[in-house]
Design a protein around this ligand. Sequence first.
Ligand code: ATP
Length: 199
Amino acid sequence: MYFKRLELHGFKSFAEPVVIDFHEGITCVVGPNGSGKSNISDAIRWVLGEQSPKALRGGKMEEVIFNGTENRRPRGLAEVTLVIDNSAGILDIDYNEVAITRRMYRSGESEYMINSNACRLKDIRELIMDTGIGVDGYSIIGQGKIADIVSNKPESRRQIFEEAAGVVAYKTRKAESERKLENTRGNLERIDDIVNEIE
Ligand code: ATP
């Protein structure tokens, strides 16, 4: 599994549509200071569901939308698509190529898609869980991240190993099932109370 292509339109400094092709192996992005290198990794984080503007080096989420220059008007929406090669079948979906899209309007409204079909953020999270590419994964190591990992509490460091070991999906499903069981227990108790009142 590897990232094949990143398509950006209206995201941060990428006002016009831009397609960046990656290949298997190492890709280096070079350019002068402020030319948009980090905006590329921000776009990858964002399309994979990042919800924290701070993690994208901003104050508000709308700041990811191209905000105009002297010669160009601001754009009304940002759109990023990340195309992943899934010929090894690591993502649990029946496609050799998976395109994840996120779109955001100035109104704050967001849309997510998998292979052009509208979906929920939860679907994207579930798809990439335990692959290491999620926003909490370790595939994007930003500046200062290594120092964070080393100085992390042992429990936080353990999360990184759990993601690599592929158990996060099971832990998430277990937590969801426990929540449902708890709700059901509450409902049963309410029914018991009603039955007792009637009797
Ligand atoms: P460095 O080498 O200094 O780390 P870089 O190549 O990583 O730089 P980035 O931080 O990716 O550069 O890009 C910064 C540029 O992106 C700045 O010029 C900034 O004005 C521009 N930028 C960020 N957000 C937006 C936005 N919403 N609209 C337009 N331009 C933006």
